[in-house]
Design a binder for this molecule. Structure first.
Ligand code: SAH
Length: 208
C-alpha cells in the first residue's frame, strides 16, 4: 500500500519515463521524509534534490529512479553503492538486490543512514566509512556498482571490481557532468552516455 504522496510520486516518475514497476514501487513506498532534515520534511516529496547536512544532498527521486532502472536490468544480487549520503538510494537498492554494500566518506552521514535503514528493517546492507574511490576490494566482485557523486574521471578500481557482464552507473565531470553506463565484457568495457546530471563531487583520498 502506498501513501497518497507515494502514489503521486509513482505516477509522476512513470510520466517521466520510468517503466520498471519494481523500481517505481521501491521508491514510492519509502518514507522519504525520514531521509531529510526535519526542517526540510515538508519538501521531502518534491521531485528535487534537498540538503542533508555536511554540504551534501539527497538526490532527486527521478534521478534515483533512472539510475536504479539502468543498473538493475540484469537483476544483480550484490550491489556496491559509493556515496551513501542520506541512505535513500541504499534503501531503494536494498529492496531490489540480495545485498547492498555502501561506502560514505562522512562519518556523521554514514551513522544517520545506518539508523534509518535499521528503522526500516532493511538488514541486507553493509555500510562502511571510507573512500569509495577505491571500491571495497575485500567484498568484490559486484554484479553492479552505483556511484552517487560525480567523479573527475572514472575510478579504475571500481571497474576492476565488476563481475564479467556487470554494470556500473556513474556521473562523470565537474561543471558539466554526464551519467555514464559501463558494461563489462571480459577485459573490455562498453560505455554509454545516458544524460546530463548534477551531483556533488566524488572526493578522493580524504575522510570527514
Ligand atoms: N545516494 C545519496 C546521494 C548522496 S550525495 C542519497 O540518496 O542521499 C553523494 C554522497 O557521496 C555524499 O554523501 C558524499 O559525502 C559522498 N561521497 C563523496 N565522495 C565520496 C567518496 N570518495 N567515498 C565515499 N563517499 C563519497
Amino acid at each position: 500500500m502506498l501513501t497518497v504522496a507515494g502514489q503521486q510520486l509513482y505516477a509522476q516518475l512513470a510520466r517521466q519515463g520510468i517503466q520498471d514497476r519494481r523500481v517505481l514501487q521501491a521508491i514510492a513506498s519509502l518514507p522519504r521524509e525520514q531521509f531529510v532534515d526535519e526542517a526540510m520534511a515538508h519538501k521531502a516529496w518534491e521531485n528535487s534534490a534537498l540538503p542533508i547536512g555536511y554540504g551534501q544532498t539527497i538526490s532527486q527521486p527521478y534521478i534515483v529512479a533512472r539510475m536504479t532502472e539502468v543498473l538493475l536490468v540484469n537483476r544483480p544480487e550484490r550491489v556496491l553503492e559509493v556515496g551513501t549520503g542520506s541512505g535513500f538510494q541504499t534503501a531503494v537498492l536494498a529492496q531490489l538486490a540480495s545485498h547492498v554494500y555502501t561506502i560514505e566518506r562522512i562519518k556523521g552521514l554514514r551513522y544517520q543512514a545506518r539508523r534509518r535503514l535499521q528503522r526500516l528493517d532493511l538488514h541486507n546492507v553493509s555500510a562502511r566509512h571510507g573512500d569509495g574511490w577505491e571500491g571495497w576490494p575485500s567484498k568484490a566482485p559486484f554484479d553492479a556498482i552505483l556511484v552517487t557523486a560525480a567523479a573527475r574521471e572514472t575510478p579504475r578500481a571500481l571497474l576492476t571490481q565488476l563481475v564479467d557482464g556487470g554494470r556500473m552507473v556513474i556521473p562523470v565531470g565537474q561543471l558539466q557532468q554526464s551519467l555514464w553506463l559501463y558494461e563489462r565484457r571480459g577485459d573490455e568495457f562498453l560505455r554509454t552516455e545516458l544524460e546530463a546530471v548534477k551531483f556533488v563531487p566524488l572526493v578522493q583520498g580524504e575522510l570527514e
